[in-house]
Design a protein around this ligand. Structure first.
Ligand code: BGC
Length: 721
C-alpha cells in the first residue's frame, strides 16, 4: 500500500528522478565532507545531476560520515528525498558474532533473534538503514565458500533462523531507529552451484526447488522482510535477475512479496556474459520486466531505462511501480520524517561494542561451538594441567571470519590469552607458519619439544577468514598440508591431543579425527570467541552446539546431507546388503558421513526412553502427541537437544529418509530427567506434490527421535482419510 505522501511525491517526480531511485551506487562516490568525487563519476559515466537523484548507497557507515553525505545530498536533491544507506551486516557490525553457519549450530532461534537485534542496533546507530542479510540459501556443498553465510542444509531449521533474523533486524514495522530493514538473499537457490564452484550453473527440478530451497525464503517473506536480493546464478535456465517466472510469478504472486527487489552487485549487466542479453539496454529491460527494482552497481538502469521508457509505455509503468516500491521502503524506514533516523555520534559510541553486545557475542560463541569428539573425557581440562598450546591460530585475532567488514582482528582477543586466564602452565609454540612454509621445519621442532614437556597437547588448527566467503570455493577441504603434517608428528608423542578447528566451512576431518582424542569446532566464533573457547576447554561452560551441516568423510561424498531420498536400490545396512553389489553405494567408501547433521557432544551424558504416542491413528483434522523422556545421567548439568524426525513411508513423489520437524533444547541438572512432547499435525506431514501443491496424504509414517539425525528411538502412526 502506498501512503498518500508517496503518491504525491511520485506525481511530482520526473522520469529521470524516478530512474535515479532505481540505481544504487557504492559509497566511494562521496568524499569525507559528503561532496561527490570525480573519479567514480567519470569511471561509471554518472553526471552530478544524476548523482543527486540516486536512491541508495551501499557500504558507507559511521554516524558522522552518513550525516555529512545525507545533508549534502538533501541540499542538492530537488524534492529532498533522502538516500537509503545499505550495507552487508552479516554477523554483526563492530561486535562480531559467530558466522551464520556457526549460528546455525546453536539450534537456538531465540538467541539468533537477539544477535540480529544487537547487530541492527549497532548498524543503525552508525547510520545504516538496510542490511543485506539474512542469506537463507540452503547448502549441500562445503566446497562452496559461501556456506559460511548460510545456516545450513535443512529447510525447517533454515526457515526458523530466517524468521529470527528478519524479526531481530526489523523489529515491528515501521522500522524504528534501533532497527534496520532486512534483505533476504539470494533469490534463488544460489547455494546450489554445480561442483561447489562460485557463480556456477544451478540446475534442479522445480519440484526440488520448491520442496527444499523455497521454504526458508518463504518464511522470511512471511516474516515481512522488506527487501529481497536476486542471485547471480541461473535457475530453470535463466539468470535470476531477469527471470520473470521466478520473480513475478513465484516471488511476487505466489509468495506475495511486495517489497523492494534489489539486484546483486552488477548482476544486471552480467546477463550479457550469461548470454541472455546482447547489451546493457537489453539486460536492463529484462531486469525491469522481471520485477527487479534496484540496480546495484551495474548502471544499466541509469544508462538505459530512459531510452527504453521512450520506446515502450509498459516500461514507463514498470519504472513507476519500482520507484513507488523504493519510496515505500523509505517511508517504512521513517526517512521522510527524519532522514537521519536519529543518528548521532555520541549515541553511536554508546551502542557500538557495548558490554551487553560483547556478552551476547560470547554467549552465541559458546552455543555455536560443537564438541565433535571427546574420547576418554579428554575435555574439559583441569586447571592444574600442563598444556602445550600449539598452532599459530592460537595466537591470532583472525577469529572473526569473512563478512566482518567493521570487525577488527587486531584488537580481537586470542585463544592463547583467554586460556591464560584459566591455566597457569601453558607453553605456547606457533608450530607451522601459515605465511611462510620455509619456517615450518624449525618451528615444528620447537613445538614438538614443548609438547614433550607437557601433559596434554592443545592444537589449534584451521583456515583463515579469506578461505571461506564469496569467491572462495575449494576442491580440497582438508586442513592445510603443513598443519596435518605437524598433527601427525605430535600424535607420535602419545600424549592426549585436543584439536580446536577454526573454519568457515565443514572440512574433511577424517584424519584429524583419527589422530585427536578430542575435537572442538568453534567455527569462526567472532569478537568474544576466544573467551567462549577458554570457558569450554576449562569446563566452565558445557558445550551444546549441534551441526546444521553434514561433515563428509571425504570430498568425494559431496554433496552429502541427511534428508536424502531412497533410491530403488538403497543401502539398508542389513545382512543381505553384503551379498548384493548392485546397490546405491561407493566401492571405496561408506555412504555414512564423518559427523551427521544434528550431531554434537556434551560433557554430560543423556539418554532417551519411553517414546509414546497419544494414539496410533489420526485424521487430518486431529493431531497426535508424541512424548519422550530425556535424562541427564551425569553429574554435570547441561542442555540436551531432542530432535524429532518424520519419514513418510509412501508418497506420491519420493520422500526423504528423514525430515526434521521439531526439536527442544532441554536444560537438565545432574541426574535430572524431563518428558518433552511433539504434537504432530497434518502440516508436519505435508509435502510438495508433482503439481507443486503442498498437502498431506493419508498413509503410514515413522516418527524418529534422537540427539542427531542418526536417531535412537522410533515408532509409527497412521494418518487416515
Ligand atoms: C554479494 C552480496 C552482497 C553484495 C554487496 C555481492 O558480491 O553476492 O551478497 O550483499 O555483494 O556487498
Amino acid at each position: 500500500m502506498q501512503s498518500n505522501y508517496v503518491k504525491q511525491l511520485l506525481s511530482k517526480m520526473t522520469l529521470q528522478e524516478k530512474i535515479g531511485q532505481l540505481q544504487q551506487i557504492a559509497g566511494d562516490f562521496f568524499g569525507d565532507d559528503g561532496s561527490p568525487i570525480t573519479g567514480p563519476l567519470s569511471t561509471y559515466k554518472v553526471s552530478k545531476t544524476q548523482l543527486y537523484n540516486i536512491g541508495s548507497v551501499l557500504g558507507v557507515s559511521g554516524a558522522e560520515n552518513v550525516l555529512k553525505i545525507q545533508r549534502e545530498y538533501l541540499k542538492n536533491n530537488r524534492l529532498h528525498i533522502p538516500l537509503i544507506f545499505m550495507a552487508d551486516i552479516i554477523h554483526g557490525y563492530k561486535t562480531i558474532f559467530p558466522i551464520p553457519l556457526a549460528l546455525g549450530s546453536t539450534w537456538d532461534p531465540e538467541l539468533v533473534k537477539r544477535v540480529a537485534q544487537a547487530s541492527a542496533a549497532e548498524a543503525s546507530a552508525s547510520g545504516i538503514d538496510v542490511t543485506f542479510s539474512p542469506m537463507v540459501d540452503l547448502v549441500h556443498d562445503p566446497r562452496w565458500g559461501r556456506v559460511m553465510e548460510s545456516t545450513g542444509e535443512d529447510p525447517y531449521l533454515n526457515s526458523l533462523f530466517a524468521k529470527s533474523f528478519v524479526d531481530g533486524y526489523q523489529g515491528n514495522l515501521p522500522v524504528d531507529e534501533k532497527h534496520v530493514a532486512a534483505t533476504v538473499k539470494h533469490f534463488a537457490a544460489y547455494g546450489a552451484p554445480e561442483a561447489g564452484r562460485e557463480y556456477n550453473t544451478v540446475d534442479m527440478s522445480e519440484w526440488r526447488f520448491r520442496e527444499q530451497y523455497l521454504p526458508a525464503y518463504q518464511k522470511a517473506i512471511e516474516s515481512k522482510a522488506l527487501l529481497v536480493m536476486t542471485s547471480f546464478n541461473i535457475l530453470f535456465g535463466i539468470p535470476a535477475t531477469g527471470n520473470k517466472y521466478l520473480m513475478r510469478h513465484i516471488l511476487r504472486r505466489e509468495l506475495g512479496f511486495n517489497g523492494v527487489l534489489i539486484s546483486d552487485w552488477n548482476a544486471i549487466n552480467e546477463m550479457i556474459s550469461h548470454g541472455v542479453a546482447s547489451d546493457s539496454e537489453e539486460a536492463a529491460e529484462k531486469a525491469i520486466q522481471a520485477g527487479t527494482d534496484i540496480d546495484m552497481m551495474s548502471f544499466a538502469f541509469l544508462g538505459s531505462l530512459e531510452k527504453l521508457a521512450m520506446k515502450n509505455e509498459e516500461v514507463k509503468k514498470l519504472i513507476d511501480e519500482a520507484a513507488a516500491r523504493v519510496l515505500n521502503l523509505k517511508d517504512a524506514l521513517g526517512l521522510f520524517d527524519d532522514p537521519y533516523r536519529g543518528v548521532d555520534a555520541a549515541k553511536e559510541r554508546q551502542i557500538v561494542l557495548s558490554q551487553e553486545n560483547l556478552g551476547l557475542a560470547k554467549k552465541a560463541a559458546e552455543e555455536a561451538t560443537v564438541l565433535l569428539k571427546n574420547q576418554h573425557q579428554s575435555l574439559p581440562l583441569d586447571s592444574n594441567k600442563a598444556i602445550a598450546l600449539i598452532g599459530s591460530k592460537a595466537n591470532t585475532g583472525d577469529l572473526l571470519g569473512n563478512w566482518s567488514w567493521k570487525g577488527d582482528p587486531a584488537s580481537t582477543q586470542t585463544i592463547k590469552s583467554a586460556l591464560e586466564d584459566h591455566f597457569d602452565n601453558i607453553l605456547f609454540e606457533a608450530g607451522y607458519d601459515m605465511v611462510s612454509a620455509e619456517n615450518n621445519l624449525s618451528l615444528n621442532e620447537q613445538a614438538i619439544s614443548s609438547a614433550k614437556k607437557q601433559d596434554v597437547i592443545l592444537y589449534v588448527a584451521g583456515l583463515s577468514a579469506s578461505q571461506s566467503g564469496e569467491a572462495s570455493s575449494m576442491t580440497d577441504i582438508s586442513l592445510p598440508k603443513e598443519q596435518l603434517d605437524l598433527l601427525r608428528k605430535l600424535s607420535k608423542l602419545h600424549k592426549p591431543i585436543i584439536t580446536i578447528v577454526i573454519t568457515g566451512r565443514p572440512l574433511d576431518l577424517t584424519e584429524v579425527d583419527r589422530l585427536s582424542d578430542a575435537i572442538l569446532l568453534p567455527w569462526f566464533p567472532g569478537t568474544a570467541g576466544a573467551l567462549a573457547i577458554a570457558d569450554i576447554v576449562s569446563g566452565k561452560t558445557n558445550p551444546t552446539g549441534r551441526l546444521s551441516m553434514t561433515f563428509p568423510k571425504s570430498v568425494g561424498q559431496i554433496p552429502i546431507y541427511y534428508n536424502y531420498y531412497n533410491t530403488g536400490r538403497p543401502l539398508t545396512g542389513t545382512l543381505e546388503d553384503r551379498n548384493n553389489i548392485y546397490l546405491s553405494k561407493y566401492i571405496d567408501s561408506s555412504n555414512d558421513p564423518l559427523y551427521p547433521f544434528g550431531f554434537g557432544l556434551s560433557y554430560s551424558n543423556y539418554t532417551l526412553k519411553d517414546l509414546r504416542l497419544s494414539k496410533k491413528e489420526f485424521t487430518a483434522d486431529e493431531s497426535i502427541t508424541a512424548s519422550v523422556t530425556v535424562k541427564n545421567n551425569s553429574k554435570i548439568s547441561g542442555t540436551a537437544t531432542v530432535q524429532w524426525y518424520i519419514h513418510d513411508l509412501v508418497g506420491e513423489v519420493v520422500r526423504p529418509v528423514k525430515e526434521l520437524k521439531h526439536f527442544q533444547r532441554v536444560q537438565l541438572g545432574a541426574g535430572a530427567e524431563e518428558t518433552v512432547t511433539f504434537t504432530v499435525s497434518k502440516q508436519d506431514l505435508s509435502y510438495v506434490h508433482a503439481d507443486f501443491t503442498r498437502v498431506s496424504d493419508a498413509g503410514s509414517f515413522k516418527l524418529l527421535v534422537g540427539f542427531s539425525s542418526q536417531t535412537e528411538l522410533e515408532t509409527s502412526f497412521l494418518l487416515k482419510n
